[in-house]
Each structure stands twice: as C-alpha cells, then as structure tokens.
Design a protein. Sequence first.
Lengths: 173, 291
Amino acid sequence: MALPWLIGGAVVAVATATIAALSDDSNSSSSSYSDNEAAERRRAARERAERQLEERMEALDASYNERLELDGKKMTSLLRTMAKVDNVQESMVVIEVVPELEMNPDGSYKDVLTRQIIQNKSTLDSFHSNVIFFEQLYVGYVEPKTETVQVSESIDTLEKQIRKIDNLIKKLG
Amino acid sequence: MDNLEKRYKKAIKNSEVVLKQGNTLLQAESEGTSKPVVVAWGLMNAGKSYLLNMLTEHIDNEYFKTNDFRETAEVKKFETDDFVFLDTPGLDASIEDNLTAMKGVGKADIVLFVHQLQGELEAVEIEFLQNLVNSFGEYASDNIIIVLSKVDKEDDRKVEDIRDKVLQQCEIYIGFEPKCITVSNTVYKAGTEKNVEGLIKISNIERLHDLLQKLSVSVKGVRTERQLQQKQQLIKQLKEEKKQLDQVLSKYKEKASNIEADAKSFNSTMKKLKSFMVGISKEHYKLEMGE
C-alpha cells in the first residue's frame, strides 16, 4: 500500500502529549484549595477539549470512510461496464496528508481501454492512471473485458477496411 | 454471436471480396498486354483446347491439352504475334472450375464460345453466356463469337438446323444473335498435315482467324471502355460496401461512446475523491496540530 500513515497513531500521539502536559501541570501546582480548584477546572476544560477533538476526529473518520465506500461502489459499478473487476474490498487507506500528485506516484499505467474507445490521449492516460490508484485504494484487480476488447478490435478492423476501400477507390478513379 | 457481430463479419467478408476484385483488376491492368486477349469457353470436351491448338498452329504437338477427361483445370495461356489466347476449364466440370473459368472474363477482349455440334445450348452454357454478356455490356454482340465445333461429325442439314436453334436461343436468352461460325478442327489438322488447301478452307479455321484479325482492330478501344465500365462498377460496389462498413462502425462507436462516458464518469469520481481525500487530510492535520 502506497499510503502508510495511520491517523490512529496521530491521535494517540496527540493524546499522549496532552496527558504528559497534564502530569506536568499537576506536579507544578500549589497545595492551596483555590489552586486545586483552579487546577481541577483547567483539567476538566482540557478533558472537554480532548473529548471534542476526539469527537471531531471520529466524525472526520466516519465521513471519510463513508465517502470511500460510496465512491468505491460507484467506481466499481462504472468499471464493470467495461472491465473485469475482482476482489474489491473496503478501503484500508486512512486519512493522511497526501498531495494529489503523489497518488500513483510512480505513474503506473494499466491498459484497460484503447484509443479506439477513448481517442483523447490525456483522458485515456488519466483513466489508466486512475485504475491503478483504484486498485491500490480498494485492493482490487481490474483487467480488460473480452466484450470491450472486441469493440476496440472491431473498430480498428473496420477503420482499416474503410481506409483500404478509400485507397482502392482513389486508384480506380 | 450477437446481431452486430454477424453484421460485422458479413461486412468484412463482403468488402474483402470486392477489394480482391479491385486489386485483381488493377494488377491485370498493370500486367496487361497490348495484344487482344482471345478466351475460349465452353463445356468440357466441346473442343476448346483443340481449336486453340489449331489457331496457334500447334498441329502435331498440342500445347493446350485435349482429352476426354477434364484436362484444363487452370486458365492456360499462349501468346502469338497478334494475340494472347487463353484456354479455360470446361464449364460444369465442377463449381471450382466454373469459378476459375469466370476469372478470365475481365481479361477477355474476344470470346470464342465453343459449342459441340450435338444439340442446342445447355442451361449451364446459357447461364455462362448471360454472365459474359453482362461483363461485356454494350460490346457483347461485337466481341462474342459462337463457335460450333466438330461439324465434320454431322451432315450439313443438321449443322444448319442446330446453328439456327442455337442462334434462336441466343436471341431469346442474351438478347441478340452473335457472330456464329462452324469449324472442324480435325479437318483443319488433316488439311494442314496433308497440305490440302480444300480441307483447310472447309474447316473454317482460317475464316475464324480472319474474323479475329478483323475484330482486333477495334479491340483496344473496346478494352479501354470495358475497363472503365468495370472500374465504375467496382467503385459503385466499393462505395456500397463502405456504406455497410460505416453503418456497422457507427454501431460499434456508439458502444465505444457509452464506455467512454463511463470512463469519464469514473475519472470524474476519482478526481473528486482525490480532492476530498486531500481536503479531509488537511482538516485532520489542522485538528491534530490544534489549529
């Protein structure tokens, strides 16, 4: 998997740092009642803040997972109209800071369609690059489908045959 | 196999046939001789090869093989100073032979349609003559000669009778009375071997040769015109085949277009997802950092 960072790890780090800070605060506090009360209030406020942070993080995680699942289903369904799609799983990828350019960083390319189906090279390249990212994201396999290959080959053969006819008409004319 | 696949295969197959015809025509044109091409057609054992041997002066050593069984399976060629003679497989020997025989049609300037003088034209002969006439078009009546062979085997009255019937058949089935000449190859051979002028004369081989010489004058113009007609006909056929191919192609392109639309939709979903991933991870980072 090209996307390794665990948000869980990050949350743990933040929590650990917070707890450490809390301990430091307790050690430096005075023994007076008012001081204790103030410390208690600060601790309660910090705990509230931590809880809120955790809740917001969880909400982000949930929305992230929901979106990945939804889009995964949609893309699988789109791909299945033109390709064999196997072993698609729930995405294991977790939230991390990944610039869009680094998604499929090695520029891997998978031939599923041909220029007979998509003439625009940039669209075709983008599609094949996206297929690789899809495979990484959902641990699936995408392979060319016989029917789609047949459409490509038929178009190719028909276009060649028409060119032959045009050439012959030119020679005969 | 679905309907579109069937149409695809049919369109490719049919277009291949017409492409082959066109390429053959161009090839024949590039290899073409300036001499008139005389082609002999007729039923098996009608006497085609024998006749061509006599016309090419192969009196003792036959160049075009003659036998009671099917001897000529391919078109055979002999070139004299004035003509190119082609011998063809006997009609009705087999479907393949008939097809091979038809191959020479486009090359023929003058046709010697040889019919053995035993009776009227048979159905297969009439059918072949009709094909020849279609190929020659308006020049058919000038360039198709009916040769009634082996006349020495029948009496004059019967010869005349059969000749009239054959010409009547031609009038009915091909629309005109072609030039018709009765010949005897054996009499010509005997006359030549024994140097008897009378036999040579009554064999009518020299008369046929003179007729060929006479026709050869107008052959070049006719050939050019026929080639032009053949080309125009082929171009018409090619355009028709192209139309069929275009129709099938547009159906496949419709399919391709649907696939492309799905692929674009996939790309768009993936783009939005990537953007979402970047956005949410930034938001997550900010929270982590307490921003």
